[in-house]
Ligand binder design. Structure first.
Ligand SMILES: [Ca+2]
Length: 103
């Protein structure tokens, strides 16, 4: 079976709990790292513009846990990529990363 799944937003679990990943510096390499972390083969960046329309009120209250994520080929997961300290960010909700993963 093959397919493409729109995850709506990329979330990571860390010390701060669940939160968003900011699209600053995020690349297609980072999208693939995120998707492999979720068990998929590869990933692409999606368009984040409409994301805030999809969010329910609970999710609007969440904050960013990762910003300035710079991944390179072979990074095992988003946390191991270069990024600002967890929870430090200068992002707004419209900058939430959106990825499309494929098997
Ligand atoms: Ca930033």
């Amino acid at each position: 079976m093959a397919g493409i799944i729109d995850l709506t937003s990329a979330l990571v679990g860390g010390k701060l709990g669940w939160g968003y990943v900011c699209d600053d510096m995020f690349s297609s390499v980072a999208a693939t790292v995120a998707c492999r972390q979720l068990g998929y083969l590869s990933g692409k960046m999606g368009v984040a513009l409409a994301l805030t329309l999809d969010l329910d009120p609970q999710d609007r209250k969440r904050s960013f846990v990762l910003d300035d994520v710079r991944c390179k080929e072979g990074d095992a997961n988003l946390i191991s990529c270069d990024h600002l300290p967890l929870g430090v960010h200068n992002c707004g909700l419209s900058e939430t990363v959106k990825v499309k993963c494929s098997r």
